[in-house]
Design a protein around this ligand. Structure first.
Ligand SMILES: [Fe+2]
Length: 191
């Protein structure tokens, strides 16, 4: 099954969730990449589009569970970056195909849940071992999740979300990117 077939087979609720989340991540990732590494924009935007496509393989009962996940459920959720990367790697067409940037997109998708301190997944990469595009998508992904209503709670205000991002500077996120993101968001509307 390729990504297009997969997306056609998923529930309406999951499709809406993935598309709304994707739009938010693309927006914030675009702001950040244009500020810090414009040359990476095609890679970052493609990765922002595809980063969570693997969640299509997670049952709705787990993805939308309004309670903390159990260990087996959490194990399943943690597979989604690798599933996303696998689907992207198999895609026949994409924004940057057939250029050699495609492998960078696959790696950015695979590593969007790594953490700067090395405690993320799927590979436990640390600091600059994590592809730069993946670090940008990770920050945009987290901010997008914090500022959107989800199954486990209501959205944080932009101000509270930025405080959370700042608190995770150098643990979850690349400290340089946190500084750049805070500067960007404090300069313009917090949306
Ligand atoms: Fe994800």
């Amino acid at each position: 099954m390729d990504a297009a077939q997969l997306l056609r087979s998923i529930s309406k609720a999951k499709e809406t969730y993935l598309l709304v989340h994707q739009a938010g991540v693309c927006h914030f990732a675009d702001l950040l990449v244009c500020a810090v590494a414009p040359r990476l924009r095609p890679v970052v935007l493609s990765a922002a589009v595809w980063h969570d496509v693997g969640k299509a393989l997670i049952p709705d009962s787990i993805l939308f569970k309004p309670a903390p996940l159990g260990p087996e459920e959490w194990h399943l959720v943690r597979q989604h970056p690798a599933w996303s990367a696998h689907l992207v790697a198999r895609a026949e067409r994409g924004a940057v195909r057939p250029s050699d940037l495609w492998q960078e997109v696959v790696m950015a998708v695979r590593h969007h849940h790594e953490r700067w301190d090395g405690t993320g997944y799927p590979d436990g990469l640390k600091a600059e071992e994590i592809p730069y595009a993946a670090r940008i998508v990770a920050l945009a992904d987290a901010y997008g999740n914090m500022t959107a209503d989800g199954p486990c709670g209501r959205a944080l205000t932009p101000e509270d979300a930025l405080r959370e991002i700042a608190a995770d500077r150098g643990t979850q996120f690349d400290p340089y990117l946190v500084d750049a993101f805070l500067a960007l968001m404090q300069r313009g509307p917090l949306t």
